[in-house]
Design a protein around this ligand. Structure first.
Ligand code: NAI
Length: 335
């Protein structure tokens, strides 16, 4: 049996984490031979709820669950962690402006970035889920001067899974026979679910897909899927978000399948003309704990416009919190 790995989860008593931790403890994320230590983090007011969740985890008697520790602060909770799943965030309340949401979460993620820098394992891999996820990731990474920006990623796998699921249902093709579906940009309604590189049974998908359905029905459906679920269920997507977190981390840690392309929000290196440094969702392949952007897609004008549109939103979000980004880290990270 391997040595246990340490996984921190913030917002651990919340809806997404309440599904996620059982999957992690069951070995769905890091494999059936990998014991885990769960370091669960909440705000002080939610510690009772967190204790209740820990009791339920204990009651499952998972063979791979080595230890559970509970924390009401990230400095303690991130101690020596190999993986950090940053899910907790301030939700948008009625009457709250988007810029207020950005500011409040920027403060939370600045502290979390600093805590990862000071307390986590040097090779920590962090996934930011709490919204606005891409900009929160930028804030966290900039507040972690001793870590690489590549150690921070954001979740667009839920959007990718939605895009594959809806396409599978429309075409009658099994999701496992669909590849190359790409989510570009922000995890928001400006994201671009791109089928131009997609394949069905290894053959190009686009010829089989009516353009009007693609642009008028499919793309808006993916972009607004979160809102549609909220309207129907009265709560935001949680089981599907937990599954996407498992998929994202498993692929990052253990590698993508042969030829498989997945979407991850990562610090832009300027690929495809996207501004360097912002956290933008790109097509990637993962191997040996690293990811690489899939290069060489010949983008047409329609695609390029969509890429720029979602980039503009991220640049605007960045401008709103620029004053909270330490300048010295930028210089250090770009060396
Ligand atoms: P939730 O409201 O059920 O749970 C959030 C939990 O975070 C609460 O228990 C709260 O006490 C805790 N929390 C708040 N601030 C914290 C802090 N500073 N440190 C530790 N814990 C803290 O929300 P849910 O449904 O679990 O969603 C969590 C976040 O994930 C939201 O921001 C949501 O918008 C985002 N989300 C992102 C998705 C993506 O694809 N990127 C998909 C779905 C949700």
């Amino acid at each position: 049996m391997r040595r246990p790995i340490r996984i921190a989860v913030t917002g651990a008593a919340g809806s997404i984490a309440s599904h996620l931790v059982f999957k992690v403890a069951a070995g769905e994320m890091f494999g059936k031979d990998q014991p885990v230590i769960l370091q669960l983090i909440e705000i002080p007011q939610a510690m009772d709820a967190l204790l209740g969740l820990a009791m339920e985890l204990e009651d499952c008697a998972f063979p791979l669950l080595h230890t559970i520790t509970l924390h009401d602060n990230v400095e303690e909770g991130f101690n020596n962690v190999h993986y950090a799943l940053l899910i907790g965030a301030t939700p948008r309340r009625p009457g709250m402006e988007r810029k207020d949401l950005l500011q409040q979460n920027a403060a939370i993620f600045a502290r979390q970035g600093k805590a990862l820098n000071d307390y986590a394992n040097r090779d920590v891999k962090a996934l930011i889920v709490g919204n606005p996820a891409n900009t929160n990731a930028l804030v966290a990474a900039r507040n972690a001067p001793d870590l690489s920006p590549s150690q921070f990623t954001t979740l667009t796998r839920l959007d990718q899974n939605r895009a594959i699921g809806i396409l599978a249902n429309h075409t009658g093709v099994n999701p496992k026979d669909i590849d190359g579906v790409v989510i570009w940009g922000n995890h928001s309604t400006t994201q671009f679910p791109d089928l131009h590189q997609a394949t069905l049974y290894g053959n190009p998908a686009m010829p089989a897909i009516p353009m009007a359905w693609y642009t008028e029905t499919y793309i808006p459906a993916i972009q607004k899927r979160g809102g549609a679920i909220l309207e129907k269920r009265g709560v935001s997507s949680a089981p599907s978000a937990a599954q996407a977190i498992v998929d994202h981390m498993r692929d990052w840690a253990l590698g993508t399948g042969p030829g498989q392309i997945v979407s991850m929000g990562i610090a832009s290196d300027g690929s495809y003309g996207i501004a360097k440094g912002i956290y933008y969702s790109f097509p990637v392949r993962c191997n040996y704990g690293r990811y690489q952007i899939v290069q060489g897609f010949d983008l047409n004008e329609f695609q390029r416009e969509r890429l720029k549109f979602t980039e503009a939103e991220l640049l605007e979000e960045k401008a709103g919190i620029e004053h909270l980004l330490p300048k010295d880290t930028e210089a250090r990270h770009s060396k």
